[in-house]
Design a protein around this ligand. Sequence first.
Ligand code: ATR
Length: 278
Amino acid sequence: MSLFLGLVGNPIQHSRSPWIHHYFLKQVSIDGGYHLFQLNEDEFEQGMKALKLLKIDGFNVTVPYKEKVIPFLNELTPIAERVGAVNTVIHRDGKWIGHNTDGEGFLESLWQSYSQVTKDSKVLLLGAGGAARGIYGALIHHHFSKVDIANRSVGKIESLVEMKNKSTETELLTLGEAEEKVGEYDVIIQTTSVGMGKDSKDQIISLKNVNQNSVVCDIVYQPLETAFLKEAKFHGAHILTGHGMLIHQAALAFEQWTGKKVDATPLTKELESILRGE
Ligand code: ATR
């Protein structure tokens, strides 16, 4: 039996997901293919119907359909329900189940490099968009006790904080306040697209007050070392680049589809070399 997998989104022609999932299929010796389905908004409903008829075994969902896919699903996992967005659809017993591996993928990438991070580490989340929702959802799921959020506009943070439960305390900050207080956090996570692009010098906040023991993370992986991470390094802090999250969220989706655990380390290293232009 050949496994039929894919990605739905727009634009996706430069997606690295086929490369990642073909690598995983080979690693666990499963025959199959991962296909790109670039759909315009007016084609989305037809596209979903076609994938159902074709009995796709599983697929990823990316921008702009992570929320729009929900009405086409039979169930949501608790994490997808909490986050309100789906990046992975699992076909099980004739049902489509929506799941979200973005936040968990980020945490796996973080723990792989920095196992000293625990639920008692103080976290600062920068940004309040889709990526921040996934990561905040995973931090809450793992009962992180202190996760503050800073965003340019306050309205968006308020809707993010609605996800919170009793075990997590969250303070809402302006970007200016975050810049002042950044030294108080053990883990700082940049979740916006600010700094994306080969020659970008943009930074969401300055890190002049960062603590040397902190881990500074950026989910942007092009460039691999953003201006934000370069400044963190300059001040002696630890850094986490964004490509690990990409590989780990894919590995977690693959495990849901196949029931097989994969080793994400070789591919993470290979992607790092590619992104460094080696
Ligand atoms: P995504 O789904 O990729 O996270 P999004 O939902 O559009 O994208 O969210 C983008 C995030 O980046 C938001 O937190 C946005 O801040 P606002 O809520 O104030 O718009 C943030 N963002 C984008 N450009 C920014 C900039 N130049 N400076 C600061 N924050 C920025």
